[in-house]
Design a binder for this molecule. Structure first.
Ligand code: SF4
Length: 334
């Protein structure tokens, strides 16, 4: 079950005495966030706003909404990062899942012996970071050497985002395999792509573990194919995402310059939510490059090619006749 660190929210409000606050977080915990809002309203009798827009990551905090609402504090819940505050309005609040990994970790540690792995690395997303130490001890007990990669930037040790992979990239030459804790193909497949190592997802809910490398290969192939599909585009739309942590206008202008040199006609587009539906009115554009979240194109369906920044760089290399296929085997997909 997911738990929000409500104690932190309560103690912050008691100490700072804001006139109003806002809460937001990923869709999966919006129900819990609403229940927290009820408790805060009852206790402090101040306006408490639940922001219903998406909050996909620490790049997508809805600060603009908090400013429009005029709140003193925006509590962003569930996107644990290595910093407690972002700017002077946002306070990051942890949400963690108390599911126990012991059973699946023991099974996996015994069964993976057949594969002759001796050195493994553990990795996870924010809500399971607290489980890492216990799983590490289980694998060590079964004779494995366990490496937990160092965090960098916003990442804690052993943590990955869907676009940022320092703890795994930096350890890929030291270990035989990666074990991702949690039920997330989204995260584990990208670990497999970045490291090109056997990667297993440990699912504590179904007490199962599965190798994710085939799914990762399909995702990577799809990403490469999209680059080839964009090759013949005459007009390319470069989309600048308007979410505060994804805004990359300079990168967009740099790609525009390089693609114009390669003979492409460019249309600059700005939008907040980048979906297939929102792109339909851009009928005269043959392919898009979005410089916001790199997972938008790889993990969603679009009728026309939609490239991320690494894919755009690969396209430019392809147009110049340079080697271009390993563009996702990098630390940060931006
Ligand atoms: S994968 Fe996308 S939503 Fe997640 S942190 Fe990166 S840019 Fe943000």
């Amino acid at each position: 079950m997911i738990h929000i660190d409500e104690e932190k929210i309560f103690s912050t409000i008691t100490e700072k005495k804001p006139h109003s606050v806002a809460l937001d977080g990923p869709d999966g915990i919006l129900k819990k966030i609403q229940s927290c809002a009820h408790k805060l309203t009852e206790k402090y009798n101040i306006p408490v706003y639940v922001i219903g827009d998406t909050s996909w990551g620490s790049c997508d905090l809805n600060i603009h909404a908090a400013e429009m609402l005029g709140v003193d504090i925006l509590f962003n819940i569930g996107h644990t990062i290595s910093m407690e505050n972002l700017g002077n309005k946002v306070i990051m609040v942890d949400a963690f899942d108390d599911i126990d990994f012991s059973k699946i970790a023991k099974r996996c540690a015994i069964e993976l012996k057949k594969k002759k792995f001796t050195k493994i690395s553990l990795v996870t997303s924010s809500q399971y970071l607290h489980s890492m130490q216990k799983v590490k001890e289980i694998f060590e007990y079964h004779g494995y050497e366990v490496v937990i990669g160092r965090g960098k930037g916003h990442l804690n040790d052993g943590q990955v985002f869907g676009c940022e992979f320092y703890p795994v990239y930096d350890t890929k030459d030291q270990v035989d395999a990666y074990l991702f804790l949690g039920q997330s193909i989204f995260h584990s497949a990208s670990v497999a792509i970045v490291t090109q190592k056997p990667t297993f997802m440990l699912d504590p809910y179904f007490n199962e573990y599965s190798e994710i490398s085939d799914i990762a290969r399909k995702l990577e192939k799809k990403a490469i194919l999209t680059v080839y599909k964009a090759q013949d585009a005459k007009t390319i739309g470069i989309i600048i995402g308007l979410k505060e942590g994804q805004f990359a206008n300079i990168k967009a202008l740099e790609l525009k310059r390089l693609l114009e040199l390669a003979g492409k006609k460019i249309m600059l587009i700005a939008m907040t939510e980048i979906t297939d539906e929102r792109l339909l009115p851009f009928e005269d554009i043959d392919a898009f490059i979005q410089v916001a979240c790199p997972r938008i194109g790889t993990d969603n369906h679009f009728h026309k090619p939609v490239l991320s920044v690494p894919q755009a760089i690969s396209l430019i290399k392809l147009l110049k006749g340079e080697p271009h296929q390993e563009f996702l085997q990098i630390k940060h997909w931006l």
